[in-house]
Design a binder for this molecule. Structure first.
Ligand code: PMP
Length: 427
């Protein structure tokens, strides 16, 4: 039964049972309307209320400065955001450069169209760069998508963790070695690498805004650690996350965007201009401005998925009066329990990533007991499953064991796993 199992899957992940029970009821008959939540129109007042409350609760929980940031719900997953971030921020970069060129050539009335285009082309050729910090499988995929959409000439692999680590992920290259471009259209990193168990210990200082408020355009993928620790929202131009780990069910993706990137000053350039420059424009469902302008309802949004996310947020706010700080303390405690159990049995287990960048959310290790890794891991998984500890198999690309310690894993669940790790080592 559900009560006997602690599921450590990497995503979709465990959801709180009380949330699921409320959602199950709402799926059949929402607030006694006689219709289920997935049947009501996305244009109804009740749908708008669900969206607005989820946005407000997210802002409260994470302390998002709502005067400067817009939150939107989208549907293309974390993968869709790999593309959306490229399209939208290249557009914003071109819009800024376009405005600068027009001003240089005497303003909108005086500037000759052909001269503007020629000057802009030159700026694109010499100055358009997107920087990627690659620290694991997911940032690698984002980097590859940027190369696919734009061509390699515009994409800068500013750091690759594999280079100084024997071709494998598991570290974060020292920030002094990052080869950042001047005025990059974006600097991208993944805050928590779900497959490789690598998490940034804190916001990378080299990307912090300067005293005058200017700084790089930072984009972060927070799919697998959002809601688990405090983040300096104002340091980001864009952060995004799929819901299916810490927020809710698969099917909705959240983007938190600095409003100045949606404002008229950086309005996306016309498709005609982008075509002349040989640059892509976003499919309309990936264009942040459009989605934001329509309060996430440009097209049919899965209100059911937003509803589940909203229930999770309300529950978190109820449990933790000090909001994300409360969850952060619990997340750390759970991760410490599991890592301590692994560390105290060094002959039986090998933790994959370097200690300085270990993820609190995805705990990746090998079972080295008896030397035969494959056999030991099979035995570990089999016995864990028999005790109700499931979903522990590592990602198919790297193997090993991965315990995903998301918010819905209770302290008792983490204790149970830590105890099992100790017992399996001794047995
Ligand atoms: N980024 C990270 C950090 C992820 O863990 C995942 C999925 N596990 C993705 C992006 C891709 O998300 P999706 O499957 O929703 O496209």
């Amino acid at each position: 039964s559900r009560a006997e199992i602690t599921y450590f899957g990497a995503g979709p992940a465990l959801l709180p049972s009380d949330v699921l029970e409320t959602a199950a009821q709402a799926l059949v008959n929402y607030k006694d309307t006689g219709l289920g939540i997935a049947e009501h129109s996305h244009r109804s007042e009740l749908a708008a209320t669900i969206i607005n409350e989820a946005k407000a609760d997210l802002a409260t929980y994470l302390d998002i400065p709502t005067a400067d940031y817009e939150t939107i719900f989208m549907q293309a997953g974390g993968t869709g955001e790999f593309s959306a971030s490229v399209y939208n921020l290249v557009g914003a970069w071109v819009a800024r450069e376009h405005a600068a060129v027009v001003a240089e050539l005497g303003g909108a009335d005086a500037a000759d169209e052909a001269a503007v285009l020629a000057a802009l082309r030159k700026r694109v050729e010499t100055g358009l760069k997107l920087d990627y910090i690659v620290t694991g499988g997911w940032s690698l995929k984002a980097y590859q998508e940027a190369v696919r959409l734009l061509g390699p000439e515009y994409v800068n692999l500013a750091a690759d963790a594999r280079v100084a680590n024997g071709g494998k992920f598991g570290t974060i290259p020292d920030q002094s070695t990052w080869k950042l471009s001047p005025d990059a259209a974006l600097v991208y990193y993944c805050d928590n690498e779900t497959v490789d168990g690598v998490e940034f210990p804190e916001f990378p200082a080299v990307l912090a805004p300067k005293a005058d408020g200017t700084g790089p355009i930072v984009v972060a993928d927070m799919s697998s650690n959002i809601l688990s620790r405090r983040i300096p929202v104002s340091n980001y131009s864009l952060l995004f996350f799929g819901a299916q780990k810490n927020l809710g069910s698969t099917g909705v993706t959240v983007a938190v965007i600095r409003k100045s990137l949606l404002a008229p000053a950086t309005v996306q350039p016309s498709p005609a201009l982008m075509r002349k420059l040989g640059l892509p424009i976003p499919p309309i469902v990936l264009q942040y401005e459009i989605i934001a302008k329509n309060n996430s309802l440009y097209n049919t949004l899965s209100i059911f998925d937003v509803y589940i996310a909203g229930l999770v947020l309300k529950r978190l706010l109820q449990i933790f009066p000090n909001k994300v700080d409360g969850q952060e303390a619990v997340s750390k405690k759970k991760a410490d329990l599991i890592y301590t159990a692994l560390e105290s049995n060094p002959a039986e287990y090998k933790i994959v990533p370097d200690k300085s960048v270990r993820s609190r959310m995805n705990i990746c290790f090998r079972v080295t007991k008896n030397g035969a890794v494959d056999e030991s891991e099979k035995a570990f998984l089999k016995e864990a499953t028999a005790q109700g500890l499931t979903g522990l198999k590592g990602h198919r690309s790297v193997g090993g064991i991965r315990a995903s310690n998301y918010n819905s894993i209770s302290l008792e669940g983490a204790e149970k796993l830590a105890k099992f790790i100790e017992e399996f080592a001794k047995a």
